[in-house]
Design a protein around this ligand. Structure first.
Ligand SMILES: [Zn+2]
Length: 268
């Protein structure tokens, strides 16, 4: 059993504020440690369940590839570290059996979700793949689906877990916090989150052996529509070949191939 772990920071245990997710503060360093320990719990659970090979891809923010606490990395996995990158979701291929999304967050505009956004809090209002409104959970699941890799586990706030289950079915999920607002939550202590994450990761691997999870497949032809917060963002893409302008703030990319469409947005 070979597992691909995608990590983001906004959905880590006890992370609720923007300051915790931006490089250069004490709060950020602590958030990286909290994320790393959540990931370590998932690695331990996956190994308990029989995982043989695990790759972790750190995907958060501008410092993509530099958000994990390096001294704390679990010995049972390999890590994609560094950037800038030619590809956001690299090393992924059909040899992986399943994926975990750790520290993920709900799509932009989700009420009661902690740090909800889609790719950029400032720039992106809505993303649609073939008219289905998606956030990063849906975008990344669709990319994994191109390689027949199903998502088996998500961790994040309650709204992120609900979003993943409504899109991907009855996957394993650990809700590490429940938002009252965007930056205000009832949180599990990290030590408790880790116990639940370890158990859920073990169950995820065991259920995967029974074929419980299905890859998220998007039918061709593919249309990806991105509605930005301001025309400037759409203007900046107006000279990119095969990017259509739908209105002042909205662009559309059409392709027969989802990976090709995502690559043009630098999301794959
Ligand atoms: Zn994110």
């Amino acid at each position: 059993m070979k597992i691909y772990i995608l990590t983001d920071l906004e959905g880590a245990s006890c992370v609720v504020r923007e300051e915790q997710t931006v490089f250069g503060s004490k709060e950020y360093e602590e958030a990286c440690l909290l994320l790393t320990r959540d990931v370590n719990a998932a690695i331990e659970g996956a190994i308990d369940g029989g995982a043989e090979e695990i790759v972790v891809n750190d995907l958060h923010g501008a410092r993509r590839g530099f958000n994990l606490a390096l001294g704390e990395l679990h010995e049972g996995a390999k890590y994609i570290i560094g950037g800038p990158r030619h590809r956001r979701i690299t090393v992924l291929d059909e040899s992986f059996d399943l994926a975990f999304m750790m520290g993920y967050h709900a799509m932009a505009g989700t009420q009661g979700a902690i740090l909800d956004h889609t790719m950029s809090s400032r720039a992106v209002v809505n993303v649609y793949i073939n008219d289905l409104r998606v956030g990063e959970i849906g975008i990344d699941a669709s990319i994994l689906g191109c390689f027949n890799v199903p998502v088996a586990l998500i961790t994040g706030c309650r709204k992120a877990v609900e979003e993943a289950r409504s899109l991907l079915g009855n996957i394993e999920g650990v809700s590490v916090k429940e938002g009252f607002g965007r930056n205000f939550a009832l949180c599990l202590p990290p030590a408790r989150s880790r116990i639940l994450i370890r158990e859920a990761a073990k169950r995820a691997v065991e259920r995967a052996k029974m074929g419980d999870f299905k890859p998220f497949k998007v039918n061709s032809p593919i249309t990806v529509k991105v509605e930005y917060s301001h025309p400037n963002y759409a203007d900046a893409l107006s000279n990119v070949p095969s990017v259509e302008r739908a209105d002042a703030r909205t662009i559309i990319i059409r392709s027969s191939d989802l990976l090709d469409a995502m690559r043009r947005l630098a999301w794959y």
